[in-house]
Design a protein around this ligand. Structure first.
Ligand SMILES: Nc1ncnc2c1ncn2[C@@H]1O[C@H](COP(=O)(O)OP(=O)(O)OP(=O)(O)O)[C@@H](O)[C@H]1O
Ligand SMILES: [Mg+2]
Length: 221
């Protein structure tokens, strides 16, 4: 469970300070598919990064599965992220030197899984996402939609509970967008908790709850 209480984030730089989030309180239960909306600069990525343990809040309390994240050391903070969170970005961030298969395999290398089980799991998800035929290709040989499916397969095999996505369909056409959204729905049916940032109302309707941000504050949750 994701529990934020009075979370604020202030970015300080030589140009002054920006209140990116102000007093955000929010609970997301296991198995929910939540979409975050709001205009550019409203704090969506900042909120996702805090939820995903990529960044810490300036004040307030964040508990992830009853662990008070705000109080963790840097090491424990990083470990918590690795064990629980998978990120999917607008740009797919695949490793260019690795094949499709190797890219999907990467998050599994850190876990204690037999080689046979690993292969089985990767093969299954590649078939489900229609990228099995692409397994020996390199990222630059794939279309945007194909690359995004590889990124989703990689998040899936990590078997982390929380899948966070920042505009995952932002660079895709309508057909690929629909396909990717179907995959998110399947991941939800598999019991994953999904938090997805989008500008698109139609996409946001596919989740079961919309959180709207305006100037760093929650308008609707
Ligand atoms: N590293 C940073 N340093 C300083 N200010 C930042 C930093 N990151 C974000 N901001 C500011 O914080 C505010 C929220 O930014 P954020 O990236 O969370 O918005 P967003 O809703 O994701 O926008 P977009 O839809 O354009 O991606 C903005 O005013 C932005 O300029
Ligand atoms: Mg953003």
């Amino acid at each position: 469970m994701i529990e934020l209480q009075n979370i604020s984030k202030i970015y300080k730089s030589i140009n002054g300070k920006t209140d990116a989030l102000t007093d955000v309180s929010l609970t997301i239960s296991e198995g929910e598919f939540v979409c975050i909306m709001g205009k550019s600069g409203s704090g969506k990525t900042t909120l996702l990064n805090i939820i995903g343990c990529m960044d810490k809040a300036s004040s307030g309390e964040y508990c992830l599965d009853a662990v008070n994240v705000s109080k963790l050391s840097a090491n424990k903070f990083d470990r918590l992220r690795r064990e629980k969170i998978s990120f999917i970005f607008q740009k797919y961030e695949l490793m260019s030197k690795y094949t499709v298969y190797e890219n999907i395999e990467l998050p599994m290398n850190a876990k204690r899984i037999s080689r046979k089980e690993k292969k089985q799991k990767i093969t299954d998800i590649m078939k489900r996402l229609g990228i099995y035929e692409l397994r020996d290709k390199f990222p630059k040989q794939l279309s945007g939609g194909e690359q995004q499916r590889v990124a989703i397969a990689r998040a899936y095999v990590s078997d982390n509970k929380y899948i966070l996505a920042d505009e995952p369909t932002g660079a895709l056409d309508n057909k690929n967008t629909q396909e990717i959204m179907n995959i998110f729905e399947e991941l939800k049916d598999d019991g994953k908790t999904i938090v997805l940032v989008t500008h698109d109302e139609e996409i946001a309707m596919r989740g079961n709850r919309i959180i709207r941000l305006l100037d760093g504050k929650i308008m609707e949750a």
